[in-house]
Design a protein around this ligand. Structure first.
Ligand code: NAP
Length: 261
C-alpha cells in the first residue's frame, strides 16, 4: 500500500507489532522511540525484508515540545504522514502521592500531550492526503473505562485518550479520516516491568495475558474499518461494558486490589 505510517513506541511490544503489520502491507514507515540502536536495527531488517522505506527517529516524547521537534524533523526530511499510530505510553504503579512527580508528569506528557499535539500537527496534512485509508490509531487501554487506584494517573491518561479519540472519530468521519482507539487489556510486553509491577499476580495468569501480536492485529483491522473503539478479547470487552452498569465504588475496590497485586 502506498502510504506513510508513523508509529510511536515502535521498538518493542504492541507498537512494534502494529508497525510490522503496516510494513507487511507495503506502507513506508517512520519509527519513533528513545532507543536509537534498536530503532536502527529494526529499520535495517525491515528495509531488506519488506523492501519498504523505513525512517528511524530517536526521540523522547515525554519531554515538552517533543511533538513539535518531531514535526520539524519530518518536514526537514520531506516526509508526510498519512497514518499516525500514537502507541508510546507507560504507567507507574503505586500511591500517587508517594510516586516521583517527574515520573507522573512525564507520563502525562507522553500518554496525553505528545499524542494530542502530534494529532493536531499532522491532521491538516492527513486531510489533504490521497491515501485510501488515512488517519489516527490511538492506543489507550481497558484502563480507560474506569478509575484505577494505585495507578490513578495512568488510568486517567487513558480515559483522556479514549474520550479524545471518540470525539475526533465523529468529527472526522465525514471527511474520510479514520480515528480508532485500541483498548487492550493486559498484554505480554515490557509494560509491567517498566511500571514496577513485576510482582503483580496478574502476570502469573497466562489466561489473562494477550500476545502483543494478536492485540496489534485487532487494532490494525479496526483502524482499516474505522471502528471507533476496539477492545481485543471477549473478557476485556465484557469487563469494559460492565464498568458502565456496576456501581463505581465496587469497580474502584476491584481495580485497587488488582493494581496492588
Ligand atoms: N502491555 C499492556 O498490558 C498494555 C495494556 C493496555 C494498554 N497498553 C498500552 O499500549 C501501549 C504500548 O505499550 P506496550 O505494552 O507495548 O509497552 P512496552 O513494551 O513498554 O513498549 C513501549 C514502547 O514505547 C516506547 N517509549 C516509552 N517511553 C517513550 C518515550 N518517552 N518517548 C518515546 N517512546 C517511548 C518504548 O521504546 P523506548 O524505551 O526505546 O523509548 C517502546 O517502544 C502503551 O500506550 C500502553 O499504555 C499496554
Amino acid at each position: 500500500m502506498n502510504r506513510n505510517v508513523l508509529v510511536t513506541g515502535a521498538t518493542v511490544g504492541i507498537g512494534k507489532e502494529i508497525a510490522q503489520l503496516f510494513a507487511e502491507d507495503g506502507s513506508s514507515l517512520v519509527l519513533v522511540a528513545r532507543n536509537k540502536s534498536k530503532l536502527e536495527a529494526i529499520a535495517k531488517e525491515w528495509r531488506n525484508k519488506y523492501e519498504i522505506k523505513v525512517e528511524p527517529i530517536a526521540l523522547d516524547l515525554s519531554k515538552p515540545g517533543s511533538a513539535k521537534v518531531l514535526f520539524q524533523a519530518l518536514a526537514k526530511k520531506k516526509l508526510h504522514v498519512d497514518v499516525l499510530v500514537n502507541n508510546a505510553g507507560f504507567g507507574a504503579n503505586g500511591e500517587f502521592a508517594k510516586n516521583e512527580f517527574t515520573v507522573e508528569s512525564d507520563m502525562v506528557h507522553l500518554n496525553v500531550v505528545a499524542l494530542t499535539e502530534l494529532s493536531h500537527l499532522l491532521l491538516p496534512g492527513m486531510k489533504k492526503s490521497s491515501a485510501k485509508v488515512k488517519g489516527i490509531l490511538n492506543v489507550a487501554s481497558t484502563a480507560a473505562f474506569q478509575a484505577g487506584p494505585y495507578m490513578s494517573n495512568y488510568y486517567a491518561t487513558k480515559a483522556y485518550v479514549l474520550s479524545l479519540s471518540e470525539g475526533l472519530h465523529y468529527e472526522l468521519k465525514s471527511q474520510g479520516v479514520h480515528v480508532s482507539c485500541l483498548c487492550p487489556g493486559a498484554t505480554r510486553t515490557e509494560f509491567f516491568d517498566r511500571a514496577g509491577m513485576q510482582e503483580n499476580n496478574l502476570l502469573n495468569n497466562e489466561f489473562l495475558l494477550a500476545s502483543p501480536k494478536s492485540v496489534a492485529e485487532f487494532g490494525y483491522k479496526a483502524f482499516e474499518k474505522n471502528k471507533a473503539i476496539a477492545i481485543p478479547g471477549f473478557l476485556n470487552s465484557l469487563l469494559a461494558q460492565s464498568a458502565r452498569i456496576t456501581p463505581r465504588f465496587i469497580i474502584r475496590m476491584i481495580t485497587a486490589k488488582m493494581n496492588k497485586g
